[in-house]
Design a protein around this ligand. Structure first.
Ligand SMILES: Cc1cc2nc3c(=O)[nH]c(=O)nc-3n(C[C@H](O)[C@H](O)[C@H](O)COP(=O)(O)OP(=O)(O)OC[C@H]3O[C@@H](n4cnc5c(N)ncnc54)[C@H](O)[C@@H]3O)c2cc1C
Length: 384
């Protein structure tokens, strides 16, 4: 696809074609716990890796609404590619918003072309929901910084070429000490000061591995600071606005896939001499599932459009959390009901709805758990 001609309908059609045509060949154990680089390159070939990056850097220059359409389509086939692309686009968004002219010129073309895969390293063993209290430390040494600490559960760790790493000058003493750094994998590994663990074995989302990073006094040039020495926490927070909308979109894709599987099954399967779809109790379940999905889509679209219209607007904090919570809770409920509607088959791997249920569970946890989203929403209300 090339911009500026790309319409959102064209984007949806293209992503649907690529997702249904390309992803299934990677839904095989040999690819589990890897980011299949061929698949990432295929996404890059149709412009998805640079979807939200300006055209001057090789991207399509589209916004959050377009990203959520693409992510929903990918997730309806498999959550993995939707997640690694979502994180990659979040990294690109942060470089666009906070990067220096040089950083933008160097990094964005590599992210847009798919030469580099981006990752976001905030969570630590002792600081998950409480990210302000992260322990990873930075020290300034002349024209360099040194980073020491550990990150865990990092999407694409081991496959990413660039990490945005958050560290504090004075751990435990407030967000104003947190800075964000661009860490290139190849030189960091070559220096011996970055170690990456094996991927975690997790409940689902097999095509989006997570692993831990260990920094032992990693030395990086001062030009790799993203934003200012005090702005890291703001960088993380603003990145999560778009990220949470993408997670909502992914949840909508997972939920749509569950509804489609359940509907097909109810039409095909007969019990008591009639198709299951004829039972009113099951019809009502199906109707509830669809109602939840369409409500979630509406709030996701509203959050994405608001972010596109006013990227620095105060409403983004509230709307992105609402969208994330509404859509991921809906996906959990819809996928659980889909398993129930398939009966025994719902519990069997071959029928895929159990996979969708495992995928939905992840979405209630990542990018701030749904409890944390609720506390953000409540704080925004208290403030108003
Ligand atoms: C598949 C996967 C991919 C991930 N990818 C990334 C990534 O790319 N980058 C990254 O930085 N991180 C990533 N994470 C980490 C993720 O963002 C964290 O797991 C999440 O923010 C929760 O942190 P935690 O695991 O430490 O849970 P905890 O903070 O220990 O929370 C445990 C429970 O307590 C609840 N809780 C905590 N504090 C409160 C409170 N104040 N009020 C009410 N309830 C509370 C939580 O909601 C949760 O239910 C990923 C995690 C997973 C599982």
């Amino acid at each position: 696809m090339t911009s500026p001609q790309v319409s959102l309908d064209e984007l949806r059609d293209t992503v649907r074609r690529v997702a249904t045509g390309e992803i299934p060949k990677y839904q095989d154990e040999q690819y589990y716990n890897t980011v299949p680089r061929d698949l990432f390159s295929t996404l890059a070939d149709v412009g998805l890796c640079g979807l939200t990056i300006e055209e001057e850097f090789g991207g399509l220059g589209l916004g959050s609404e377009a990203a959520s359409i693409a992510i929903e389509e990918l997730a309806s086939v498999d959550l993995g590619p939707a997640i690694f692309l979502s994180v990659h686009l979040m990294v690109a968004g942060l470089v666009r918003a906070h990067g220096s002219k040089e950083q933008r010129a160097t990094v964005l073309p590599k992210l847009a072309s798919g030469e580099w895969l981006g990752a976001f390293a905030l969570t630590e063993p002792a600081a998950g929901s409480d990210a302000v209290n992260l322990r990873t430390e930075w020290k300034r040494e002349g024209d360099f910084y040194r980073i020491t600490g550990e990150k865990c559960y990092i999407t694409s760790a081991g496959w990413a070429d660039l990490y945005i790493v958050f560290a504090s000058k004075s751990p435990g003493n407030g967000p104003q000490h947190i800075a964000a750094f661009l860490v290139e994998t190849a030189p960091a590994i070559a220096s011996g000061a970055l170690k990456i663990s094996k991927p975690e074995r997790k409940m689902g989302c097999e095509l989006s591995p997570i692993a831990s990073l260990r920094f032992d006094g990693l030395k990086i040039p001062k030009t790799q600071l993203l934003g200012s020495e005090e702005s890291g926490y703001t960088v993380a927070r603003t990145g999560l606005f778009g990220g949470r909308i993408n997670i909502a979109a992914a949840a909508n894709g997972v939920a749509a896939s569950a509804i489609s599987s359940a509907l097909s099954h109810l039409k095909e399967r007969e019990q008591f001499g009639q198709a299951l779809i004829e039972f009113q109790g099951l019809q009502f379940m199906l109707a509830e599932m669809k109602m939840k999905l369409e409500a979630a889509r509406a709030v996701t679209e509203k959050a994405a459009r608001t972010l596109d219209k006013e990227p620095k607007g105060a409403e983004n904090r509230l709307l992105s959390s609402i969208a994330k919570c509404v859509a991921t809770d809906a996906a959990m409920s819809i996928t659980t009901d889909a398993v129930q509607l398939l009966g025994g088959a719902g519990y069997i791997r071959e029928y895929k709805v159990e996979r969708l249920m495992r995928e939905a569970k992840m979405l209630q946890i990542v990018e701030g758990t749904n409890q944390i989203q609720r506390s953000i929403i409540a704080k925004e209300l208290q403030r108003s």
